[in-house]
Design a binder for this molecule. Sequence first.
Ligand code: AMP
Length: 571
Amino acid sequence: MSSAPTPDSQLPGAEDEASAFTDLGLRAELLNALSALGYEEPTPIQREAIPPLLAGRDLLGQAATGTGKTAAFALPLLQRMPEGRTGGDPVALVLVPTRELAVQVSEAFHRYGKDLGARVLPIYGGQPIGRQLRALDLGVDVVVATPGRALDHIARGTLRLGELATVVLDEADEMLDMGFAEDIEAILEHAPAQRQTVLFSATMPSRIDGMARQHLSDPVRIQIGREQPVAGETPRVRQSAYIVARAHKPAALGRVLDVESPTAAIVFCRSREEVDRLTETMNGRGYRAEALHGGMSQEQRDRVMGRLRAGTADLLVATDVAARGLDVEQLTHVVNYDVPSAPESYVHRIGRVGRAGREGVAITLAEPREHRMLKTIERVTGQRIAIDKIPTVADLRTRRLELTQAALRESLLEDDLDPFRVIVESLSDEFDLMEVALAAVKLAHEATLPGSADDGEEEIPQVAVRPQREARPGYEGRGGDRRPGGRPRSAGTTQVFIGLGRRAGVRPQDLVGAITGETGINGRDIGSIEIADRFSLVEVPSAVADEVIAGLRGSTIKGRRTTVRRDRDRP
Ligand code: AMP
């Protein structure tokens, strides 16, 4: 375990910071875990949510993925956990919409609570129930569950809620969208009336408000991105974003930098760990990158800044804390390696470029789930962030040729070519002038852009952005065909036939629940649902049709196994 975290007040450039983790009242074990993870300061939602949650208050938070909301509820929950429990029923239940999130959230609990010995169990559909039964039997402190599977366990008597002190509804709007409203109500009925209830949602439609009114008692309300920056505060820079899976981020960053060819760029990361890791990766890929974070001494930081100013480094990888107050004239590009945790932080970061009439560029790499945070930032800044396609290998090749062409044009204009005339003249006896020029260009291209032979370059998969949630009149969760007022019928879908229909009591929510529970796909990716008397038809993206069919064949709907097959494909 590493040493206790350095208070931000001791970090250069952080003197003006409002609060550090140490000011929030968190215990040493948690502070140590945060320090080991390289978190330098709380995000705005953490700053606002942790103290009231520690005091046992209910909380209604509007915050999307990327704001640090998981730690905002996980840290207080871990701190409030009674010490030295062995066996026993859970003291906290976190409900999440998908199995992917169940795994992510329980991993976060493990990371933060490892020194406290917290026993955290994710339970979700699709995982063998036997393993979950054994773990529940041994005793757990925190259960992170999808509503359907949680209800299953409650009905079996294997998940007992009698000792719950806290219930968290995470991504509540998404859970309602997926039709989990009834399941959530049923679960909350089993929880003790005297409990802390926390609700996080990226949007606050009236149904969420109603839910909060019914289940939360005098909650603290927190909203990220509520404040409007003063007009003119947001710098005028070209802003764009790329949606990219985490695993492809280093490659995407390299590709974007190659195409943009900045004079100097600053890449913002969330934690020290990430700064160190990314600096190493980028150096390995041939960039001249330097790390800058709060764990470095003033002397080390000065050395880094010196190298950037002297042009011996062209990429600065930094945390917010370390970069506060920096003014580097050479900077042309700001890159957000992750979506910043609040719009204010985005405005701050991009303010590093585009000063004094110079053109600046701000680029954000967002994971698919963080797409909504981009929308929040756009709303607050009143400026558009264009979602661009990650440059392809062909784009990169074209760009590199353009750079060579520009260099050649410059050289032609410089008029210092005479010493080379003799070479061209003697070669021209033997070869066509065009051929000579081509060979010279090739040599110049390879010499000015080492590594420009792009043999090793692979295409980076483009990730589709999920459609924004829209007000859909008359839309009642998964309880209805979502076609009217829903998304337009999309290309590349497959209709899946399921041999159970209305007569078997099948409702749309049963089908959505079964599909999302048994596969990795999101409720929102499911298209139209038609329920006939004896069968149902569900539209899913063709790319996941096989997964859906296999998942449904291996599970039950309304307690019954049935025929599941591909009905028809729509190109
Ligand atoms: P979330 O919005 O909860 O999905 O968190 C987004 C990401 O931010 C996760 O990868 C966290 O590990 C990370 N994170 C959360 N809080 C902080 C913090 N205070 N400093 C650095 N990274 C953080």
